[in-house]
Design a protein around this ligand. Sequence first.
Ligand code: HEC
Length: 156
Amino acid sequence: MKISKLIFLGLIFSLLYSCGSGSSDNSADGPKPAPKSMIPDEVDPMDNIGVGPITEAISLPETIDDAMVAEGKEVYEAMCTACHKADKKFVGPAPAGIMERRNPTWIMNMILDPEKMVKEDPLAKKLLIEYNGAPMANQGLTEEQARAILEYFRTL
Ligand code: HEC
């Protein structure tokens, strides 16, 4: 008796289940995307200039300035390699390919005022969480030094 009751219940549940999933999932085979309401409003990272001392989007000239690259590399090696490795995730993210992921002005602001960035910029906030709360260090660079590092990043 008990067993047939269980089978009966099982049948009902499997029927309900197949109806439920069949009607809502007719679009794709892959995993369902999260409902819209769960995705925070996001700006394209390439359009996000961040917050900090640089308030207007800088534009980079076509050609890379070798002298600036050399200066930037020097500053980077002295001030940044404790936490960053060029093409490997370390204490912080790898700068290789960063020019394709981030707006150049955002990078400048991240270098010049990481405290403000991780407090107010949605992308930097997310990074801080991703890196388990290890904050990016403010190395007290001048704007010129930060700009030189940016030029160096263009070569990675
Ligand atoms: C004490 C460790 C530390 C030092 C030193 C440090 N950083 Fe970082 N950096 C981080 C961490 C950790 C992150 C990830 C973001 C966060 O947690 O705030 C980060 C993030 C960044 C980002 C954003 C990367 C991305 O993919 O979006 C840039 C750009 C950056 N750092 C540049 C530099 C530069 C340039 C220097 C040297 C002037 C430097 N950092 C020195 C730890 C450091």
